[in-house]
Design a protein around this ligand. Structure first.
Ligand SMILES: C[S@@+](CC[C@H](N)C(=O)[O-])C[C@H]1O[C@@H](n2cnc3c(N)ncnc32)[C@H](O)[C@@H]1O
Length: 201
């Protein structure tokens, strides 16, 4: 736990709470870093506005949000956001293990192929590994040799279990940035995410 590790620093304060309602005063922080949390709140735009509210003028907000994937994967992910309410925790862990086994077995095949580009489904063309192709375009079935079984299962669970886990196109993310009255100091986009540092205007 960070508090245990860093308790001897007199200039660090640990506060546990809901980032959607920080209860902090306006314009009090120079820098806010929020890594992979905004998209789990009920109203991500309102949460980002809340984090902007507490920033001082010219202060920076660093944010990471999930990116939208190809259409078949989005449809399945969207289904799970609702379905998670009706699946027990034990069943969700079991499902996460099944997804991990699927990811490992596909990965073990070590099949590379040349996928056609299918723009209507958002599927990118080019040389790709079969497990990666299914992962990015159809269903999250995370497997990583270095992380091993338990961490890979947890990664799948972490994806499927939350009821709120919004994903964004780059334009949607930048529209949120602008609605918060922020301007872009740095932005990075890749298959998994959009992240960046944004300055309060
Ligand atoms: C994907 S994890 C990211 C954790 C960490 N920031 C990181 O990058 O490793 C999402 C975290 O957001 C937390 N979370 C979700 N909603 C929250 C909220 N409203 N306020 C504070 N934390 C929240 C969850 O408890 C979980 O630990």
């Amino acid at each position: 736990m960070p508090k245990k590790k860093y308790h001897h620093y007199s200039n660090i304060v640990f506060i546990k709470g809901d980032i959607a309602h920080t209860n902090l005063k306006n314009n009090v922080l120079d820098y806010v870093s929020c890594d992979q949390v905004i998209h789990h709140t009920e109203n991500p735009l309102a949460t980002m506005q809340e984090l902007t509210r507490v920033l001082r003028g010219k202060g920076e907000l660093a944010v990471y949000v999930y990116a939208k994937k190809a259409l078949p994967r989005e449809l399945l992910d969207e289904y799970f956001r609702k379905k998670t309410n009706t699946v027990s925790n034990d069943d969700m862990w079991e499902f996460s293990e099944q997804m991990t086994v699927l990811g490992k077995r596909l990965s073990d095949l070590k099949i590379e192929f040349d996928s056609p580009e299918i723009p209507l489904l958002g599927i990118k063309g080019g040389k790709t590994d079969l497990q990666r192709f299914i992962y990015w375009n159809f269903i999250k079935c995370f497997w990583n040799d270095e992380l091993g079984l338990a961490s890979s299962i947890s990664t799948n669970y972490d994806w499927y279990a939350p009821t709120n886990a919004e994903r964004y196109s780059k334009d949607e993310f930048l529209s949120m940035v602008s609605k918060c009255g922020l301007s872009t100091a740095f932005i990075h986009s890749e298959e998994a995410c959009h992240s960046g540092r944004f300055e309060k205007n």
